[in-house]
Design a protein around this ligand. Sequence first.
Ligand code: EPU
Length: 339
Amino acid sequence: MHFEEFVTLAPYTTLHIGGPARWFAEARTDEEVAEAVRFARARALPFFVLGGGSNLLVRDAGFAGLVIHMGLRGIRQDEGRFAVAAGEAWDSFVSHAVERGYAGIECLAGIPGTVGATPVQNVGAYGQEVAETIVRVRAFDTKTDKIVDLAAAECGFAYRRSLFNSVKRGRYIVTAVTYALRAAGEPRLSYADLQRRFPAGTRPTLEEVSETVREIRQGKGMLIVEGEPDCRSAGSFFKNPVVEQAHYARIAGDAAAAVPSYPAGEGRVKLPAAWLVEHAGFPKGYTMGRAGISSRHTLALINRGEATADDVLALAERIKAAVREKFGVELEMEPVVLG
Ligand code: EPU
């Protein structure tokens, strides 16, 4: 395996931002993942596991450790079970499953990034999340230096969360994920945007639903289209915050417009961060120097050309301050910051 020095990370991210990695290596097998970890350890350096770079903001000064680029490939199917290597592109795997008539991930079409990243933040959209279909996660355990197989129940899945990005952050490197999909299954039509497109009584195919999800994502600037500056983003830049019912009532009482919300368990509601951002004075298409907000969705902060990480973080801070001031809500960043 080859270890390169001073590799600029910007081209490996969908935001096209970020300085160099001191060391950079592509891992193609479980054994190469282990080798890369040994390399970093021998030099007392931190390491970072890079997939599709779609939920990532790399700082301008870069990263003083080893970036392990996940190049593991392959899909093994055993009836409805698909064991997929971490480096496979997620959207290609969705197409692969949908074309073969397997249901369970059709609403997750058009999401950038790799398969290995999906359990980490329990990727979800349009009424589905991967926690519903993941049965096993294979990972390199940096504590024991062994490959382990974790059952879904051991992964601690919740909204945008798992043990991989919370209590056990940094311990495991996901190398493969097994999904259990339903042969000849019906597509999921629980999300309002999809129900509008496919009213009750219509029976769209899995292909129709996944294509429609891609169209909706594109309409919101959440599909990465090469060369389109409006979608040089890291997807949703903030998580949707959960607040107490009473807090929501205060916000709704003050607001001139109706405030959308979703139930989030006992006495709590989840608010769309996009709405809060917009109503705190940041419309779609807002610009701040080289950084800005997509013209299609206020949660997508974009690199308008030559933006730096500092430009984007300054805009994010300005937005957070305005939302805090106006609604008393603390927005939390969703992408990972490296460096
Ligand atoms: N809204 C605005 N302005 C906008 C866009 C939306 O006010 O520019 C308001 C509207 O009231 C809308 C509501 O926000 O009804 C929700 O918007 P949307 O349906 O686009 O969903 P979201 O909550 O912004 C979440 C996920 C997305 C996922 C979509 C679809 C989070 C942080 N984001 O977005 O995930 O694709 O739902 O399920 O949970 C990502 O995580 O990177 C991501 C793109």
